[in-house]
Every structure is written in C-alpha cells, then in structure tokens.
Write a new protein. Sequence first.
Length: 492
Amino acid sequence: MATIIPVASFDYVVFGATGDLTRRKLLPALYYRFRDGQIPGSSRIIGASRSELSREEFRDRSREALREFIPPSHLDEAALASFLDHLYYVAVDALGTDGWDALKALLDERPDQIRPFYLATSPDLYGAICRNIERCGLVGEKTRVVLEKPIGKDLKSAKAINDAVGAVFPEGQIFRIDHYLGKETVQNLLALRFANTIFERLWNADVIDHVQITVGETVGVEGRGGYYDTSGALRDMVQNHLLQLLCLTAMESPLSLNADSVRDEKLKVLRALKPITPAEVQAVTVRGQYAAGAVAGRGVPSYQADLGGETTSRTETFVALKLEIRSARWAGVPFYLRTGKRLPSKHSEIVVQFRASPFSIFPDEAFGRDPNRLVIRLQPEEGMKLEVMTKDPGPGGMRLRPTDLDISFEETFKQRYPDAYERLLMDVVRGNQTLFMRRDEVEAAWEWADKLLQAWADRPEPPRPYAAGSWGPTAAIALIERDGRTWHEEIR
C-alpha cells in the first residue's frame, strides 16, 4: 500500500457546486481522499452556487452524486456519512453581491485555514468571482484559486481572463488545472525519461522515428452543444490536453522537480512548435465532424442532429495534425496528434516509435513488424508497454515476433490508483504548482493555436464527415500513411 500523507486542514470553496463537474469529479475525488485519511477531520468543503438550497439539501444532492459516480464497492457507509458532515453550502451570486456576506461569515469562523477557491464555472465568471473574493477581504497568504479549462477561446480572451484573475491573486496562488497532468502515467513519463538512463539516452531524433498522441472519446457533445459549437476539438482538446502531453514527451530535463523548472521546459517546447501556415494547412491538418453511426454496438446520431438539426455547423469534432518541434533533439521527428468525439473507444495514449535497425542479420520474412515501440497508456487502463522483438519459440528456423514488456500500474502495484482530480485537489492544498499551467504556458499554447485557427479561416472548407464509431475521416489515415507510417490502434 502507498503511504497516505495527510494535507493541512482547509476550507475548500467550490463555485459551481451544483454543476456537472462537481458532481462527476470533484465530490468523488474529495470523498476518496477523505475515506483514505488524507483530509483532516477539521476540514470543510463549502459549496457555492446560485441555487437556493439548504445545507441538508446540498448534502442530499451530494449523496446522490456519490452513489451515482462511485462504485458501490468503494462506498464505505460510515466514511460517506462522515464526509457529508463536512459539507456546507452558501447560495451566492457570482456577478452580484447576494450571498457573499454569508460566505465571508462562514470563512471568518476559521481565518487561519488554507482556503482554496475552486471555480468550476464558466470562464467568463472568473474575473467577477475573484473581484468579489477580494472585495470581501478573503484573499490572504493561504488563499489559492483554481481555474478550470478552457482559459479563454483565443489568445486575446485568455489574456483578459489572466489579467482579471491576476489583478487579485499573485501568480503563485493561481492554479490552472488540466486533469491530464494529474494522471499517474503522465507523471511516470517524467520518471521513465529522467530516472532511467536507458531511455533518456535514446530519447532523440537519432533513435526515435516519430511520436503519436491520441485522445479518443466515445461520447458526443452530451448536452454541451452550445459550448462545443463555439469551441471545437482544437480549442477544447488540442490547445490544452494534447499540447501538454506533447510538452512532457518532448521537453528537456528540468534542473529539478521544482514547479517553475518543469514549466520552464514545457514553455520552451511550445515556443519551438513550428506554426502551421495557410500554405501547409491542407497537407498537415485534418478537420472532421461525426456523422451518424454506431459506437459499442449502439446507433448514435450525427453531430448536426445532436445540435438539434436546425443549423449547418462547420465546427470540427475531430482533429489530426502533423507537428514539428524546431530543436536539435527533435529535428526531423514528426509528432502526429489526433483527438475526436464518437471514436471507437475511450482511448488515450502516447506512442513512441523507434527507428528500425539500419542493418539486420535476419531475413525479411523473419519479421512480423517493425521492432521497438513504447506505448504509454493514459486510459482506460494506465500503464506502459514496450514492444521488443524476440524469437518465436520452437524449431523451424529463426522467426521473430514482437513481445510486450507490459506494466499495468494497478495490477503491478496491487492498489487502486487515485483519480487525477484527487491528486490535483490535494496539490492545491499543498501549494504545489508542478502539475498546473503557468500563465505564459497558457498564452504560448493559444498563440500557436490562434495561428492554426487563422490558417483554417484563410483556407475555409467544411470539416470532413466520418462515421461515428470509426477512427475519423479517411484523410486522417492518409495524413500519416503518406509518410510511410500508420496510426497505432491496438485496443487493450
């Protein structure tokens, strides 16, 4: 069993407490950390939202959410009852003044507590909430503010949000969350690279042929059509999740695990990304939009039908990209990224394909496929797999086949691994910003994304249709196969 190190006592204030993110992710994460003894009994979790609810009604809603999103085998009734006793609720108008005096009175009961404010709301409310927090005198050395993505919809709006929040909180107290960075596998990527000489010395253009990053979703817009249709896959997934995974894969060794050392190296990768020009956009990018099809044997409607079928949307639900990093380590190594909705599986992975040996003593017919591929799985089952070539057992000559050196973290270490939100919520309390994005990172990612959005606007064409349940438009297959490569689509 892993050692559970308790955090200091806190008052966690969650704005948007009746919303989907709180019900699906935040409350279950906080319950698990409480059940496992990481949250001190003196801590409080304070829900804040516009809804006029009593404390008991909020607890009842929270109980229902926990029973819905936590497996019954993980729900300890005594722990659940005790956890619910630590929940409080205040009805607050984020844009106005109603309810703020009640929130201040509740927090002033224990002024020495660590005080994180989690903004699980629309980003256009971030500035107003922070100004009200300041107006009520609730900002201090032990205060933190957590911002959910998206931080804006382009560089201009991201800067406006950062300016508004930064006018109240210093950068060291702002935690911009990307839950992908809290996954065990993502952190193990740092250990794999920088704690194992065998990999770090091979982690360059001399040995690596290309890198693939895939984040696939089986769901459609799921009631988020209003938001998603003004966003699309590039803004919703590529600008944050996929670029962060690319940064951790491609960055140089930081001087230490200090938060700013790690984030300095990620920033260098973002600044080294080659911009995609209008002349290149058709050759190195693919935009797609799901049509009707079947996922997991169930018929599902098209994106247009999910929106209500009243408009003809040109918003992309799928993106595939071929990117270049302008650095000595990665010169000539393409990074292929793809993400989409209504794909065959919920499937996130980083694939590092090593180069074939320049000379082989084995006859061509001995090979089953190219050797040496490292697959880093983020979901559905976190782990790593290294494919190496071995001799096929038995007589009859030298025949080679790929064999997997496979690590499933949960199976190997015989324990449940905390969800990403569990780790990140506790890191906020600790004040550890290593797995959170700094302002200049967010803005550098938007600066690159804005150029691609402009390149698409300069060469407008509708997104390519793809059947729900497929791996995207056929053009995405051509994007990589014309380079003599292929997407990794083995589903564990």
